[in-house]
Write a protein of this length. Structure first.
Length: 145
């Protein structure tokens, strides 16, 4: 039986830049490590895999985001990955208390928004998409009280 989502893993091209980005959103670093050796190669199915990773968390939330940058072999970049209609993993959504305040913070930080805040007509939930490093698609969501 499944009990919770443990973590979400994101492969990135620049671990330090992506770490700083998520720290600006309110995450804190939980763990860092160099991943190498037979055990990681067997897990990911890539001979000679070498990577660095950072585990990030939000206060009072058990689900972590794990950022990983592969050094061997080099990672490829899907030029269309950032498009919302591509098949596969699309985005991570974060629930916020006041979406307008959070969007204002992002804008001050120079973070690119996909569009403006919209409300889902069925529920009244407000949402907005924005991009992180490597065009990682993210969402802020505010639910009606």
């Amino acid at each position: 039986m499944l009990s919770k989502i443990d973590h979400i893993n994101i492969v990135v091209s620049d671990l330090e830049t992506t770490r700083r980005f998520f720290l600006q959103l309110g995450f804190s670093v939980e763990d860092t490590a160099r991943l190498e050796g037979e055990w990681i190669s067997k897990i990911v199915g890539i001979e000679g895999a070498i990577a660095d990773y950072i585990s990030l968390s939000l206060p009072n939330n058990p689900t972590r985001i794990e950022l990983i940058q592969y050094h061997s072999p080099d990672s490829g970049i899907d030029q269309d990955m950032h498009k919302p209609n591509q098949i596969g993993f699309r985005h991570i959504a974060f629930q916020v208390d006041c979406i307008e305040e959070e969007v204002e913070k992002l804008t001050r930080l120079g973070i690119k928004m996909v569009g403006s805040i919209q409300a889902y007509p069925k529920t009244g939930k407000k949402l907005v998409y924005f991009y992180g490093p490597d065009n990682i698609l993210l969402e802020y969501a505010q639910y009606p009280e």
